[in-house]
Ligand binder design. Structure first.
Ligand code: FAD
Length: 146
């Protein structure tokens, strides 16, 4: 049963979701951000973010996320975590997001769930990212690989 109604529901509290939350809440939309883990996304892994305007000497990913979270909350966005969205329904005019705890509905649903690194399915491999030389990638892809 749907219990809670918002103008906008945002799934994911990484940089994209928090930014959407700042904009939505700032124009007065009743905004809910649902985050399955902790507000942060992959930015938390960045020791220093150097390409974000306003920080000429860089800022840690953790501090950047904290500031984004504070800013979204200051405009009135609600942030629920850990609350993973396990099912959505976009078919009707009212969009529905279900978590294990609750069902939410809104006029708009923004999915900002980021991306996950592709894991190598190689026994013993523990690295997630492999840089493949361009020429090797080209020849593998023409041979049906990669
Ligand atoms: C080590 C490292 C250093 C980096 N340095 C920089 C840098 O200097 N400059 C730069 O511009 N970028 C940098 N990046 C990239 C940057 O972190 C990503 O581009 C950015 O985090 C993407 O933001 P996002 O919000 O789209 O996704 P994500 O950060 O992936 O956030 C997605 C969020 O959605 C949540 N989520 C997923 N599914 C669900 C669900 N079903 N229900 C609820 N929540 C869900 C996840 O838990 C996560 O918190 C770096 C990345 C890494 C790993």
């Amino acid at each position: 049963m749907v219990q809670k109604t918002y103008d906008t529901i945002i799934v994911g509290a990484g940089p994209a979701g928090l930014t959407a939350g700042i904009y939505a809440a700032r124009i007065g939309l009743k905004t809910l951000i649902l985050e399955g883990k902790l507000p942060s996304g992959r930015a938390i892994e960045a020791a220093v973010v150097e390409n974000f305007p306003r920080f000429p000497h860089g800022i840690t990913g953790a501090e950047l996320i904290q500031r984004m979270t504070d800013q979204a909350k200051r405009f009135g966005a609600e942030l629920n975590f850990p609350e993973e969205v396990v099912d959505i329904n976009l078919s009707g005019e009212t969009k529905i997001a279900n978590t294990k705890k609750e069902a939410y509905q809104a006029r708009a649903l923004i999915l900002s769930t980021g991306a996950q690194r592709k894991k190598l399915l190689v026994p013993g491999a523990c690295m997630h990212v492999v840089r493949v030389p361009l020429e090797m990638a080209r020849s593998s892809s023409t041979n049906g690989g990669i």
